[in-house]
Design a protein around this ligand. Structure first.
Ligand code: P6P
Length: 343
């Protein structure tokens, strides 16, 4: 009997189909189709991000690159790649992007579907010039308004109602990580065959973290409970093992490292950003769904991020996200303060 070692190569397409059969046998395949299209968009953005550093070397002028394309800022380019890859599949009723002030309708003449897609096409793009990993973040909601075309109300749903979410990290390798509520799964792009291959099935984030990701330059803006919390994370107060500080200033890169190794990412409110800097709908909510599905947590300092009722498309939120124990410490040290104020 010849025993073949298990060389099963699971592409993201195959995994999506298997997961659909396993968890949603009655599904129409529309959500799976959105995930395929997102994987395609990710490959296209990855190829642009990878060659971005060469723009100058290849002699691109300031506005026309070597391929004769108008040189665009990468985040603008990533935004149009996302829209073009997803606007004609007939699965979406509208989109929303960090790059666009209003919701993005499905063009006339294209079929519409029952899902909404929200995304940050290239978060942290200012890091491209210094070769720090950047990412795409996406969130999928089901349409709640009547009629075929999506409306703002379809986007302003609590994060708990997401049917899928995930991100792509353009780092030392390109990885796509997503959840449809059945665990978190990571796929690594094999550039030699142009396929995302299952590399991190069922990601679980450690209950207690190893890393602390926070920008201390805002320390003077923080109140005492928050300063006390940071002292405990750093082992300066209390008896917890100190967390190692790792902060690259790129949300997806900091989040991804902490997801795999365990850790706490914090972007509290500060004087410049009274409601925090990160966006609720297409940054905090999708990552919060990933964190919770991987056994972690995400709060705005008081409540789970996923329970916040949105009022504006681009509203911001403070964010404490990552290992469950580390987030719980933040909640216990910050919430009483706020609840006493509220009492
Ligand atoms: P700061 C990048 O601009 C970004 O939106 C996130 O990717 C990142 O986590 C954060 O801002 C960094 O902000 O204020 O520390 O530079």
């Amino acid at each position: 009997m010849v025993h073949h070692t298990d060389v099963s190569v699971v592409t993201i397409e195959r995994f999506i189909i298997e997961q659909e059969k396993l968890h949603a046998p009655q599904a129409t395949g529309e959500l799976s189709g959105i995930l395929y299209d997102l994987a395609l968009a990710a490959k296209m953005i990855a190829s642009k991000v990878r060659s971005a550093g060469l723009a100058d070397v290849l002699g691109a002028t300031s506005d026309i690159n070597v391929h004769g394309e108008t040189q665009q800022k990468l985040d603008v380019l990533a935004n149009s790649i996302m829209i073009k890859a997803l606007d004609h599949g007939g699965r979406l009723c509208a989109m929303a992007s960090e790059e666009e002030p209003d919701i993005i309708p499905i063009p006339e003449g294209f079929r519409t579907g029952k899902y909404c897609l929200l995304f940050d096409p290239l978060d942290g793009s200012s890091n491209i010039d210094v070769n720090v990993p950047v990412g795409t973040i996406f969130s999928v909601l089901k349409k709640v308004t009547r009629g075929p075309r999506g409306e703002l109300a379809d986007m302003l749903q609590r994060g708990r109602r997401q049917v899928a979410s995930g991100y792509v990290i353009y780092g030392s390798s390109t990885m796509m990580v997503y959840t449809t509520g059945q665990g978190v799964h990571g796929f690594t792009l094999d550039p030699s065959i142009g396929e995302f291959l299952l590399s991190h099935p069922n990601i679980r984030t450690p209950r207690v973290g190893r890393y602390l990701s926070v920008n201390d330059s805002y320390l003077r803006d923080w109140d005492e409970p928050l300063r006390a919390l940071m002292r405990v994370y750093r082992g300066q107060d209390g008896d917890r093992k100190p967390l190692s500080v790792r902060y690259v200033g790129s949300l997806v890169a900091d989040f991804h490292r902490n997801l795999l190794g365990g850790g706490l990412f914090a972007y509290p409110a500060n004087r410049q950003n009274r409601r925090g800097k990160l966006r609720l709908l297409y940054e905090a909510n999708p990552l919060a769904m990933i964190a919770e599905q991987a056994g972690g947590a995400a709060i705005d300092g008081v409540n789970p991020v996923l329970d916040v009722t949105p009022t504006e498309l681009h509203q911001r939120t403070p964010l404490f996200i990552g290992s469950a124990d580390d987030v719980e410490l933040a909640r216990t040290m910050l919430a009483p303060q706020l609840s006493s104020v509220g009492a």
